[in-house]
Design a protein around this ligand. Structure first.
Ligand code: PMP
Length: 292
């Protein structure tokens, strides 16, 4: 298999992937009680490193994690992992911070007395850029601040996984998730945008993860004079858009060609998406933090 001899960082140790294990008493096993980030390395540079670390620490703070390792430790862990694996390009890093090991099984965070568990898993993953993908609206709703705030990048992804299962059953590439009122929130693992008559729009971050790629797209549009706004958007506004696309660290900006069997037809002419994709490509090929 690919990446068969990689070294994985767990709490200060680099271990062969077959030896990289965490305790059955870890909070992530006991309750999916962890936060995570997916980062990407372009030509030796970690893209948006600080934005990812900010979101990781914010998520850990919101969930009352105790004994969170300092930023320097996390950065050093990423550096060591990249160095140990001699990884420079087309790298995907799955950074996980769990509440840590419990002294006995149970839900109570006070059972966590050993501090957090830090895992850095770096894998060589050449990007797959599909020409376009399809979406199917899921019956499973995205989390709301009434239950688990979507702004926390936690590991409780069961409803997103259920949306992906529905998409698989429907023969679509990803599930489009709605909020409790039926407005679009995001796809099961990426944010969504539409373009109509030259204007770029994306759902408010009330019910979606405020994605770093999403923020980058908004910033690029603003910097280049492309009208872009956050809005409350219904599924039918996506059906009739000129262009629809998803954003995420791994897939970057990916065109959506159909949603629930409705083909996305560009009635306006010209592609704003291709313009934004080019701006994004230029940015990722020049920005980022070099660690090794
Ligand atoms: N939404 C969800 C639910 C995700 O898990 C991710 C990937 N972390 C995204 C959106 C995309 O976020 P980003 O652009 O920060 O990768």
């Amino acid at each position: 298999p690919a990446n068969k001899d990689i070294q994985v960082y767990i709490d200060g140790e680099l271990l062969h992937r077959d030896e990289a294990k965490i305790s059955v008493f870890d909070s992530s096993v006991q309750g999916g009680d962890a936060v995570w980030e997916g980062l990407r390395v372009y030509d030796g540079r970690v893209f948006s490193l600080n934005a990812h670390l900010d979101r990781l620490f914010d998520s850990a703070h919101a969930l009352w994690f105790q004994g969170v390792p300092p930023r320097e430790t996390v950065v050093e862990a990423i550096r060591q992992t990249l160095e140990a694996n001699d990884m420079h390009d087309d790298v995907h890093i799955r950074l996980t911070l769990t509440r840590g090991r419990k002294i006995t099984s149970g839900m109570d965070p006070r059972l966590n007395q050993a501090g957090c568990t830090l895992i850095v898993l770096a894998e060589h993953k050449p990007p797959v850029y599909p020409e376009s993908i399809t979406l199917a609206t899921s019956s499973v709703r995205r989390n709301s601040p009434m239950s688990v705030d979507s702004k926390i990048h936690h590991n409780n992804l069961i409803n997103n996984i259920m949306a992906k299962i529905e998409a698989n059953q429907a023969g679509a590439d990803a599930g489009l998730m709605l909020d409790k009122d039926g407005f679009v929130s995001e796809a099961n693992g990426v944010n969504v945008f539409l373009i109509r008559r030259g204007k770029v729009r994306t759902p408010w971050a009330d019910y979606c993860l405020p994605g770093i790629t999403r923020a980058t797209v908004i910033r690029l549009c603003n910097a280049h004079g492309i009208p872009c706004e956050e809005a409350r958007l219904s599924p039918s506004e996506f059906y009739v858009a000129d262009e629809v696309f998803t954003t995420g660290t791994m897939g970057e900006l990916t065109r959506v060609r159909a949603i629930d069997g409705r083909e996305i037809v560009n009635k306006y002419g010209g592609s704003v998406l291709e313009q934004v994709q080019e701006m994004f490509r230029e940015l990722t090929r020049s920005a980022g933090t070099r660690l090794v």
